[in-house]
Design a protein around this ligand. Sequence first.
Ligand code: NI
Length: 194
Amino acid sequence: MIPPIRANFDATTGHFPQATGHYQKTLEDLAGLYYDQDAFAALLQEWKSRVVYEVWEHRASKDSGDLVFGTSVMQPGQVGNEFFLTRGHQHLLADRAETYYCLSGSGLVLMESPAGEAKVLEQVPGQLVYVPPHWIHRSINTGDSVLTTLFCYNADAGQDYEIIRKRGGMRKLIVTDGNGGWALADNPNYVSPS
Ligand code: NI
């Protein structure tokens, strides 16, 4: 039996003392994810190995009925006109769903169905985004402060990152609208799955 616990989160840093794991993604870890490769190379000079996002998680087992929960903490920023994003994935067991509860900041969950339908939902503090089974998903920070999100998914879900790479990225890019907000743009590198 796994002992029950209660977890308490810092809404900005995402830290919680009950975390069992932690990892960070620096800008250089994210090579190839952004559309504007020249802008990426330029920012890399400036950012070197600064952290773009980090994840704190609580993982008790890999059992199908168990849950992994934790926080994702993403810095604000842009590569060219594209907002900072997480790598994104479909679950390896693709029928596993996920929830994202926004603790602080403002951003989006960008989703894409296996057939290539795009869907975007805003992350707002105090609100939850439900990612149904099979949807590819990534988080994007469209604000000017840290985006901190509480996630939860089945412990056996796994992550498939290849599905996005094979498509040349996701169908939609999230870019600045030139007015302090965000806009959807078509990804010119996108290869439709159908
Ligand atoms: Ni996921």
